[in-house]
Design a protein around this ligand. Structure first.
Ligand code: 13P
Ligand code: SF4
Length: 311
């Protein structure tokens, strides 16, 4: 029972006492984004986690992101406010099935989206994020066969854009899968001059209507430079908080789901974290992310390749 406790003041006190850095993804609740030391996309958060000199990383994001922080910064204590903050893409790709898939295609390399388990990273050759996937794919020789997992929409988007066949793992993000083309077209009819920005985790019937396709950071950057004063945003709607902070005079509208509003596109995993759980994580230094050393080293290889190739 936290009645009577000033949770924000306690977080401030504990972050100094513990020498902790608070990292938050753009899909976190505004109050978590606001008190974070750094807010970013998956690649930027990985870089911050690798570089920090803090003793504790409090990761306001989902499990695969906190795992990545631990893989890259094994000497730090990494806490995740709610250990159940998973990801439908990670769930779609059990390591034993992925291993069998790889073994069935021995002449393919595995280019793997960071939204996966540490075990799947260890079975992969190169990890990508949505902001680094295009640069990395272009560095892979054209005659090299590729397995891309677990997001079939990001894989399909890359495949179409670069006219490059890839074997796609059939995973999806349940959040981006929930946008409705019919409702999006209705919304665009109401705002005929507003461009649409979409995350590549969206299915093709959404991405095909987009004026800009990119990672969360890419979409935020586009919002700063786009023509006009209204943007339709086809990704998890909590990113709109950063857009409003950065560009207060423009209007941002979350793309709708089948019910006509954007609330069904809130990521249920990201939403498990809150201020109270962050306070408890800093106070008790649990729930902690731990990874067995040989697994960590195997997963680090493919992540290090990403960090080298993305720069
Ligand atoms: P990025 O922030 O790297 O674009 O990733 C989006 C996402 O869905 C994270 O779960
Ligand atoms: Fe996973 Fe989608 Fe949630 Fe990102 S938004 S954590 S990809 S379920």
């Amino acid at each position: 029972d936290l009645t009577g406790i000033d949770v924000r003041a306690e977080i401030e006190r504990l972050r100094k006492e513990r020498n902790a850095v608070i990292l938050a993804h753009y899909y976190q609740k505004p109050e978590l984004q606001d008190l974070a030391d750094f807010v970013g996309d998956s690649l930027e958060l990985s870089r911050k986690a690798a570089e920090t000199d803090a003793d504790v990383i409090a990761f306001c994001g989902v499990k695969f992101m906190a795992d990545t922080a631990k893989i890259l910064s094994p000497d730090k204590i990494v806490v995740l406010p709610d250990l159940d903050a998973g990801c439908s893409l990670e769930d779609s790709c059990p390591p034993e099935k992925f291993k069998a898939f790889r073994e069935a295609h021995p002449d393919h390399i595995a280019l793997t989206y960071i939204n996966c388990s540490t075990e799947v990273k260890a079975l992969s050759d190169v990890i990508v994020t949505s902001s680094s996937a295009e640069t990395i794919l272009q560095q892979i020789p054209l005659d090299q066969k590729i397995i891309f997992g677990p997001d079939r929409h990001l894989g399909g988007y890359l495949s179409r854009k670069f006219n490059r066949e890839m074997l796609l793992w059939p995973g999806v993000c349940i959040v981006h899968e929930a946008f409705s083309e019919t409702e999006l077209l209705k919304l665009r009819a109401q705002h005929p001059n507003a461009p649409i920005a979409a995350h590549p985790e969206c299915p093709p019937h959404i991405v095909d209507h987009a004026d800009y396709v990119g990672s969360t950071s890419g979409i935020l950057q586009y919002a700063k430079t786009m023509p006009g004063d209204t943007l339709i945003v086809a990704t998890e709607p909590h990113i709109i908080h950063q857009m409003q902070l950065a560009i207060p005079n423009k209007t941002f509208i979350g793309a709708p789901g089948a019910d006509g509003n954007c609330n069904c596109n809130i990521c249920p995993y990201m939403a498990l974290n809150n201020l109270e759980k962050l306070y408890l994580a800093l106070r008790d230094l649990t729930p902690r992310v731990e990874i067995e050393e040989s697994l960590r080293l195997a997963a680090k290889k493919s992540l290090d390749r990403m960090l080298e190739m993305a720069s």
